[in-house]
Design a protein around this ligand. Sequence first.
Ligand code: ADP
Length: 691
Amino acid sequence: VEERGTRSTQVRILAYLGTAGAILLWWLSVRDSSWRGNEQMHVLAESVSCTLALTCAAVALIRFFTRRRAEFLLIGAGFIGTGVLEIIHLVASSTLIDLHYASTLSEISPWTFFAARLFLAGALCLSLVASRAEMRGQRKPFTPAQAFIGTALFTLAVFVTIAQLNLPPAYYQDLFFSRPGELLPGGLFALALAGYLVRGRWRHDVFEHWLVLSLIAVTMGQVFFMAQSKTLYGPLFFSGHLIKVVGYIALLVGLFSNVYLVFREVGKRAAELRRSNEDLEKKTAALTRFGQTLQELQRITMTSYDSYDELFADYLNTGCDVLDLEIGIISQVQGSNYRLRAVRSNMGWQPGDEFDLDDVFCAEVITRETTVSIDKVSEHPKWSDHQTRIDTGLESYIGAPIYENREVTGTLCFSTTEMRPGGFDASERDLVTAMAQTVGRLLERERAEIERAELERMKDEFLSIVSHELRTPLTSIRGSLGLLAGGVLGELPERGQRMIEIASTNTDRLVRLINDILDIEKMQSGRLEMNREVLSAAEVVNDALELMQAMARDAGVVLAAATEDTSFFADRDRMQQTFSNLISNAVKFSEPGKEVHVSARREDDEVIFSVADSGRGIPEDKLDLVFERFQQVDSSDARDKGGTGLGLPICKEIVERHGGRIWLESALGRGTTFFFTIPDVPGAPRGETVT
Ligand code: ADP
């Protein structure tokens, strides 16, 4: 963790020089003093010192385990060792134990002090080495286990060594450095100090700044005070102890500020993470809801409803549920007229209700042609004191324009009388926009369907009027022509007679056409009644042949039949109509001398009829076409063969009304066979076989 700014560099250098200067002054002022302390003072100083050492260890390790950096591990382990060694020193230098147990512990006292110093100095040097290794990219120069086991072994070894060896005396009164041993840890402290100074992080790192301060103090404490101390409890001796405590305090300040900065940053990061997490959660929820809604809306558009009203009602309900609003409206806007097309509300509004556009919030959507949401209507500059708001108490509103064929024709909107705490977000606006687009497409579809149905109705109506208006006068013309041909007004000359016959045939054709048109119109509008009864297949076929016999004879075509004895359930007249259409076609398109064959046979629960000729046949690409109205294979067929193009469509209608199928097989030049089936109606009597 680094502190910003270089403003402090000079201040820091001043602090180092100041500390060094102050210690020097201190040294100068106390070195000749004859003041002497006592054992209690020493015990007190060492107690404070080892407490501080262990505190330093705890804080350094907390720092290390918060965010791992090897130097804090080594400082932590180093201070544990130092703390333990200082406790040994405290015990060794106290006469308390001597009072009860005779021992030589006091003799080793200076060396236990030395050991604690040496250990700390070593640990600080190592921590510098480890930190540099880490900087170079080595991931873990020391593991916690290595550091702690090393510390424990070293501490134990020191204790055993000092207790067991015959150590030389610590004091040499004649020398300038009368306790020369203390120079060794002093040198190591100086080495660490130099290392940290050279590294230069003290400029911007609070911890290293305090570490440098501490190292200046402890190095000088060793060299100027401890190494030169001539007497036990003397002024240099106690000053050395005091400076050690000051050094520890400085280091503790560094450690605390570092831990504080780390925690502050961790806190900041955690807050950031929480915020982005909440953001993400919100977005995910919105997305999930959006997806579910789209699925739901797709379900609605795929479902078939009895009416568009039902569809829109479902649509509005879904929208209200998703947005958690109670009112939903699909409106149609024309000029300043605002009309409810579909509505879900608890305000008593009904589809068809009309309002002035200026009185509704949707006016905003229409003028701006975009999705509009108002979170707090009561605080909205335009709507807050508007009559609509006062009347309805609506507080939250979201609406989107409905486009039909690229023009705005209305609005889709949702609203509520409650204030929404979070307002409407972008995903909700997108949703309403998408819904309005779908509604637009549905309205387009509805309009097209209505238009098509209307057109169909008009055409049918036209056909029926024309047919009726034509049939009545035509029937009377046919009657008059019949009378004329019959000689009611006397014999006509031969040419006159022929003209009358032509007129009569053409009138017959016209009447047939009109009858066909009326039939098919009746069938398609469902107005043709079917009177079903049990019929014998053989009987129906024979009747049909009898009916068509005259026409066949005229054309020189032979009619033949092969029918199974079976019965079926159908409308007798319509069956005759079907057969006469099919047989007359077969005769019309057969050469004289050919045969037309009619058959009937039962297959499971249906009877299959067929009418086969060996005439000119129908080309393959026209096979389906012949069942459509006014379709002829050859455009001259109507004129030459006297057809209307309605025979087969009528057959198809009749067969399908009976629940059957009709189809044909044909080979060009070799003939055509029409088939149709009449299925048994479940529960209908099939009757007895007719012989
Ligand atoms: P139309 O009154 O003209 O016969 P239809 O609907 O009965 O009207 O028949 C439509 C057309 O199908 C006929 O004009 C004819 O071209 C063709 N067609 C129908 N039956 C046969 C057949 N048995 N052989 C050949 N062509 C046929």
